[in-house]
Design a protein around this ligand. Structure first.
Ligand code: DX5
Ligand code: ZN
Length: 229
């Protein structure tokens, strides 16, 4: 079983102070930093581009998990690779098999990982089930893309379990990342359904003690994992 990983989402912090955001992730011993890139087309918000990723990158060695909520990932993929992203996640809704293959070729040629994200109502498309071996992380979104601080949509849980069963059937050790509204109250359910990478924006950065919130989420997730066995 893949290890539990905590991925604080800096979207919930002051975007003008990303260096402090990553420092908090380092102090809390997070496993990766989740960076939400939104272009105002794919989802109704505008966040930041590759230039903005460079400064926090200099401040930490954690895995940079870049979630591209943009219509044209092929235009920006090279820039985010240069900026220091380690995992580049693309949305299934804007791709097909051929476009995915091209992105995968670029990312893997730099030794980096490819993720595939699904909006709450999107199922894994057939072209993706044929290419699971090329995907290191499936990101199951539990809110509509755009903003931090939304409530988790629990109706996504059956899809999460379905993705987890499919990966098990295929004998793959793909990470399953759950993104949107992760809070101490729902972490056990998410882990029980097969999620192992927990993105938490408000669940970390809106807490009084964000550093402590990272280890609390980990403790709850690891306890749920032991009970699941
Ligand atoms: C939503 C983003 C999420 C979001 C998570 O568009 O993809 O990563 O920042 O934040 P919370 O955990 O507050 O829902
Ligand atoms: Zn995200």
């Amino acid at each position: 079983m893949n290890a539990i990983r905590i991925a604080p989402s800096i979207l919930a912090w002051d975007l003008g102070d990303l260096e402090r955001a990553v420092e908090i992730s380092v102090e809390g011993k997070a496993d990766q930093v989740h960076l939400d890139v939104i272009d105002g087309h794919f989802a109704p918000n505008i966040t930041f581009g590759p230039g903005t990723v460079k400064a926090p990158r200099r401040r930490c060695d954690l895995k940079f998990d870049t979630h591209l909520m943009i219509d044209s990932p092929e235009v920006y993929v090279d820039k985010f690779l240069e900026a220091g992203s380690d995992l580049l996640t693309f949305h299934a809704e804007v791709l097909d098999g051929a476009r995915f293959d091209e992105l995968h070729r670029k990312v893997s040629s730099k030794g980096k990982e490819v993720g595939l994200a699904l909006k709450p109502r999107t199922e894994l498309p057939p072209w993706a089930t044929e290419r699971l071996d090329k995907i290191s992380t499936i990101v199951v979104m539990t809110v509509n893309p755009g903003f931090s601080g939304q409530t988790m949509d629990m109706t996504v849980m059956p899809k999460l379990a379905k993705v987890s069963d499919l990966l098990k059937e295929r004998g793959l050790r793909t990470d399953i990342e759950v993104d949107g509204g992760v809070e101490p109250e729902n972490v056990s359910e998410v882990v029980a359904r097969g999620g192992n990478v927990l993105v938490a924006g408000a669940g970390v950065y809106a807490k009084k003690d964000p550093v402590g919130a990272i280890s609390s989420l980990r403790t709850i997730a690891e306890t749920a994992r032991r009970e699941r066995r």
